[in-house]
Design a protein around this ligand. Structure first.
Ligand code: NAD
Length: 256
């Protein structure tokens, strides 16, 4: 499939799933702008991996910085045909110990940022009569796990937001879908292991085997390349009638 001539913005693409998606879109011919945190070396490496992508370091918890990123995408990239809302963080704690500032940050980064980017990208997509909005949700957009109240709330919200947008833009050649992975081995998963060990009083091995992979009937992590391949498919003409969908890639987790 060729995405030559298409312009893609991928948030949270200095690492993990976002980087893999940016790379796949660039390999298919799209011009890409990536966003995300990291030191200069990490950012430069991600830009190189994503075909010499442009970069904007907007903090996805800050609407003003998101607006600046969308303006930069229009100026430097020429517009946004493919918007991938992928930036996300996690925090694991019982609700009574959950720091309110962590709740606010997760809702802002994992959910509200998609509203701020989408509202800025839709007018250009409507004018072009073509667009793809791909939101990285999670199995946690469909089912819950204890100690992840903010994340589960934000991801359920992302699934609902995606459906509403899909209906609004359906007659303009624009699709909006969620990809909902189960556990993908990325820094986000690795970082939550110590907190899960503490919250559930388990060893590292027990968290991996009895908490993470326990949820996935295949007993295997999803790979970032598999998620990226699905994102690429959603950009194709073959996927033009897939909209408002929540596409799981979770080793059977949410089938149970
Ligand atoms: P990751 O930690 O490897 O990547 C997260 C990216 O988001 C990084 O580029 C990071 O710099 C960026 N980011 C974090 N806070 C930001 C902020 N305030 N502003 C801008 N960028 C910010 O994690 P990942 O696993 O690749 O996660 C990507 C997405 O996939 C997230 O939305 C996550 O919830 C979702 N997800 C991950 C898994 C998994 O198992 N790894 C499963 C389901 C869904």
């Amino acid at each position: 499939m060729s995405l030559t001539g298409k312009r893609a913005l991928v948030t949270g693409a200095t690492s993990g799933i976002g980087l893999a998606i940016a790379k796949a879109l660039a390999q298919a011919g799209a011009r890409v702008m990536i966003n995300g945190f990291g030191d200069a070396a990490q950012v430069a490496a991600a830009q190189a991996e994503a075909g010499g992508a442009l970069y904007h370091g907007a903090d996805m918890s800050k609407p003003g910085e998101i607006a600046a990123m969308m303006a930069a995408a229009h100026e430097q990239l020429g517009g946004v045909d493919i918007l991938v809302n992928n930036a996300g963080i996690q925090f694991v704690a019982p609700v009574e110990e959950f720091p309110p500032e962590k709740w606010d940050a997760i809702l802002a980064i994992n959910l509200s940022s998609a509203f701020h980017t989408t509202r800025a990208a839709v007018p250009g997509m409507k004018a072009a009569g073509w667009g793809r909005i791909i939101n990285t949700a999670s199995a946690h957009s469909l089912v819950a796990s204890p100690f992840k109240s903010a994340y589960v709330a934000a991801k359920h919200g992302m699934a609902g937001f995606t459906k509403a947008i899909a209906l609004e833009v359906a007659e303009h050649g624009i699709t909006a879908n969620c990809i909902s992975p189960g556990y993908v081995w990325t820094p986000l998963v690795e970082k939550q292991i110590p907190d899960t060990m503490a919250a559930r009083k388990l060893t590292r091995e027990q968290v991996i085997e009895d908490v993470l992979l326990k949820a996935q009937p295949t007993k295997q992590f999803v790979t970032v390349e598999q998620v990226a391949a699905l994102a690429l498919f959603l950009c194709s003409d073959a996927a033009s009638q897939i909209t408002g969908a929540n596409m799981t890639m979770d080793g059977g987790w949410t089938a149970a």
